[in-house]
Design a binder for this molecule. Structure first.
Ligand code: HEC
Ligand code: HEC
Length: 291
């Protein structure tokens, strides 16, 4: 009787516990998805071919899980150990070593691998990556890229125009913002069309990621023309040597001088007007006194 009553009291706790457990699993799965999007998509796709790193589709069938969990926590250590499989991966990646990812842990590595397993089974993973045409760039692409960069054409998903923070050789007006680097040579730095396209698809930097995560660039409509622009600026060579701020201040100075000059003319005219009437008045007085 006593026990029965107690059970009765605990009763509702079970469904709640199950709901909580399910919710926490859902949260963890979501965490793995977010973590992957922010930290891995610049180098990996799931089913979209290799970028800097290998395509991760079915990776857990290629290599045992224990090894992968260890590798994820410290890629360099695996290579330093002379592990044959790791060395082969590194060679295929043209000697790029996967960095140790901030926030990686044993638990997270397990969650990520489970998530990759699930995504690998889908006909089309959300991480197939950028699906973009590989047709040759045209002059129109470059022009469209410029318009998007300068903000003459709005980005479809509402991202701020690149010119707010960046400049390049050939940017109009006073050049662009200085918060981000000059992008004239970014096409070389980021290793060409495919890799830079993937980079723009998921910009993995502290400033751009939060901004463009919710305002992803469109593949053929935006990333392709921007790539065309950066390919042409890299070919042109050089960087934007105007210092935007100096140009801005020089222009401000010229405007200020012009304004001062204008005021001077206006004031002079006004003083002359007043003085002229005074002179006239006193002259009249003098004359009047005489007459
Ligand atoms: C800067 C690029 C880069 C980033 C970012 C990156 N990786 Fe890698 N990854 C590589 C490279 C390159 C390799 C191949 C091994 C090597 O050379 O270090 C690799 C290998 C792997 C492998 C083994 C692949 C296989 O075929 O066995 C897994 C799994 C993996 N990465 C998962 C991840 C996950 C998960 C993340 C995000 C938390 C991530 N990587 C982030 C570059 C990257
Ligand atoms: C809010 C400011 C801001 C906007 C808007 C912005 N960026 Fe950036 N970008 C940065 C900053 C800052 C960096 C340097 C890395 C960091 O600190 O995040 C950067 C880095 C980059 C890089 C890497 C350069 C390199 O050599 O490693 C590229 C490429 C890039 N941005 C392209 C773009 C493009 C294309 C656009 C427009 C669609 C854009 N950015 C819009 C701030 C911005």
């Amino acid at each position: 009787m006593n026990i029965k009553r107690r059970l009765h009291r605990i009763g509702p706790v079970f469904p709640i516990a199950i709901i909580l457990a399910a919710a926490s699993m859902a949260l963890q799965a979501q965490d793995a998805v977010d973590f992957f999007r922010e930290n891995c998509t610049s180098c990996h796709t799931i089913g979209g071919g290799r970028l800097t790193g290998p395509d991760l589709k079915n990776v857990t069938q290629r290599k045992d899980r224990a090894w992968l969990v260890q590798f994820l926590q410290s890629p360099q250590a695996m290579i330093d150990k002379g592990d044959g499989y790791a060395l082969k991966l590194k060679q295929e990646a043209r000697d790029v070593v996967m960095p140790t990812i901030n926030g990686m842990s044993l638990a997270r590595a397990e969650l990520l691998l489970s998530m990759i397993e699930t995504e690998s089974k889908l006909p089309k993973s959300q991480f197939v990556g950028l699906q973009i045409s590989d047709r040759p760039f045209t002059e129109q692409d470059v022009e469209l890229g410029k318009a998007l960069f300068m903000g003459h054409k709005k980005l479809a998903n509402g991202g701020p125009p690149c010119v707010t923070c960046h400049t390049f050789n050939g940017a109009e007006g006073f050049g662009g913002g200085r918060l981000g680097p000059d992008l004239s040579k970014a096409y070389e730095r980021l290793q060409g069309r495919k890799a830079m396209g993937a980079w723009l698809y998921a910009p993995a930097t502290p400033t751009m990621n939060p901004t463009f995560k919710k305002a992803a660039l469109k593949a053929d409509e935006e990333i392709l023309p921007l790539l065309a622009l950066f390919e042409s600026t890299a070919r042109a060579g050089g960087e934007d040597d105007r210092t935007g701020m100096a140009g801005f201040f020089a222009a401000g100075f010229v405007v200020a001088v012009l304004c001062l000059g204008l005021f001077a003319v206006i004031w002079k005219a006004r003083f002359r007007g007043v003085r002229d009437t005074l002179v006239e008045l006193s002259a009249r007085k003098v004359l009047g006194g005489r007459s």
